[in-house]
Design a protein around this ligand. Structure first.
Ligand code: LLP
Length: 478
């Protein structure tokens, strides 16, 4: 907490008053984002004013080096931790968090596979040059066309989500004269401590097959699914998949899920006489959006998990399976910030003597829906110059026609903030561009990638911003 100013009673408890408004919290800002000698924020060595001038605002600025480093960190941490218990690991980058053809290239070059959640994401992965056998297809309601596309291209795996889908995949495989490699998605009943809409392994939701045995006896839906896959010659059952949710800090949830699924795998193996070679634990590794978030390094999570998997497998008397994970946010999230230009400023007296400053920017819920959808918190800094004056409790809001259009609910920003200043919001690399919309007929912003490593720092567009003409191209009236 600050020695310079008292906290505003309107601020949440977790929000400290910054002593230095120019400081970049290293938990939130990776090293590629730093201030230069003039106090200007740089990304991969390129000053933000230059990026804002060249690409406009709002814009998503990705540090390619950070994305690649995070991808490597996960791959190395899990590979090394599981090598110690004699198991191999595949890392599938969850494309739903942020996927473009250029990103597919980064993922591929860093030795990761890619997990897709629709025919569209699958098309991007293929067009980006990913080998089909390194692509997985997910979804609770895949269409016959999506499954056919996956089979046609020889995808590495289709993660089946229901008994009906097992029949459909088998039928389509038979028609095409191929054998479909499948994983069965189960719900291990772990309720991860995260927002309800992004927790996915408890029972009362749409994904996967339950491990729970029905009240009236008989097999669990998961066991029925495994049995159906095992007997069908059109399917090759690779293993079991689960995903307990997203933005999870507590490695314990992954451990409990692993133990439950391993116990199920042991039971299924004994019952059906086939060993299931692979366990996919999904994604969900949390990142720091604000100082309140405390993610653990990939290495720690991987080591804790490897230990648990090894001892559970030992107890159950089964071999440690091949492990797969599907991190999305943990790789793409910290790699980007969003730049906005400050417009209208207004200070309101919320209660007598208690003020909040509203800082309107030129984007909002169309480029970052997460605050509105999940009540997600972010932070922001003044990016194009050094701060002047003390910290003022501020709320950064968008330009959409809704009072809930919040970009950063609570943040201390400098007193001298003025229209025309550039703000940077960190950790917007995951589920921001991916969830962006044209609400209020606002064109979606460009995506810029900055690369510093190896060569001179270079920025380039990897997705151009939409124009009004792009929007009109689909409006077929008048
Ligand atoms: N694997 C599966 C099967 C998933 O459903 C997901 C995310 C992931 C992997 C990747 O999870 P990650 O590592 O990125 O947490 N839009 C929400 C998150 C939705 C997550 C959906 N599934 C958000 O912005 O928080």
């Amino acid at each position: 907490m600050s020695r310079t100013a008292p906290a505003s009673p309107l601020a949440p408890e977790w929000l400290g008053v910054p002593e230095d408004l120019d400081a970049l919290d290293p938990r939130i800002w990776p090293p590629a984002f730093r201030r230069d000698d003039h106090g200007v924020l740089t990304v991969g060595g390129i000053p933000v004013p230059e990026l804002a001038e060249r690409y406009g605002t709002p814009s998503y600025i990705y540090s390619e080096d950070t994305f690649r480093a995070r991808a490597r960190e996960f791959r190395t941490a899990f590979t090394e931790a599981f090598a110690r218990i004699g198991a191999e690991v595949s890392v599938y980058y969850a494309g739903k968090s942020f996927l473009t053809t250029e990103v597919v290239r980064w993922v591929r070059e860093e030795g990761l596979n890619v997990d897709t959640a629709s025919g569209g994401e699958l098309a991007v992965a293929l067009r980006g040059g990913m080998e089909p056998e390194r692509i997985a297809l997910h979804g609770n309601n895949k269409s016959a066309a999506e499954i056919t596309r996956a089979l046609d291209h020889g995808l590495g795996r289709i993660v089946v989500d229901s008994l009906a889908e097992i029949e459909l995949v088998a039928h389509l495989a038979r028609t095409l004269g191929v054998v479909a490699p499948v994983m069965v998605r189960v719900t291990p009943g772990v309720h991860a401590s995260t927002h309800e809409f992004i927790a996915t392994a408890h029972e009362d939701q749409k994904f996967g097959l339950s491990l729970a045995v029905p009240q009236d006896g008989g097999d669990s839906p998961a066991m029925q699914a495994v049995a159906a896959c095992t007997v069908d010659p059109d399917l090759e059952l690779r293993g079991i998949h689960c995903h307990i949710g997203s933005q999870i800090f507590d490695a314990d949830g992954f451990g409990v899920a692993a133990e439950r699924v391993l116990a199920f795998m042991a039971g299924a193996g004994a019952r059906l006489g086939t060993a299931l070679p692979e366990l996919d634990l999904g994604g969900g590794y949390g990142i720091a959006y604000t100082e309140a978030d405390t993610p653990r390094p990939a290495r720690e999570i991987a080591e804790a998990l490897a230990e648990r998997v090894a001892s559970a497998a030992g107890r159950l008397g089964i071999a440690v399976p091949h492990l797969s994970i599907e991190p999305g946010r943990a790789i793409s999230g910290p790699a980007a910030c969003t730049l906005y230009t400050v417009g209208t400023l207004k200070t309101v007296e919320v209660e007598p003597g208690l003020r909040r400053r509203y800082v309107s920017v030129d984007g909002g819920m169309s480029d970052n829906a997460r605050p509105v959808l999940y009540g997600a918190d972010y932070t922001a800094v003044l990016a194009d110059r050094r701060a002047g004056g003390g910290p003022v409790l501020s709320r950064v809001v968008g330009k959409h026609c809704e009072s809930g259009d919040i970009v950063v609910r609570d943040v201390y920003l400098p007193e001298d903030l003025a229209p025309g200043d550039v703000l940077a919001v960190p950790a917007t690399g995951a589920y921001c561009w991916a969830l962006s919309s044209n609400y209020n007929w606002i064109p979606r912003p460009p995506v810029v990638a900055v690369r510093a490593a190896g060569a001179r720092p270079a920025a380039r567009l990897i997705v151009r911003g939409e124009t009004e003409e792009d929007l009109f191209a689909r409006d077929l009236g008048a």
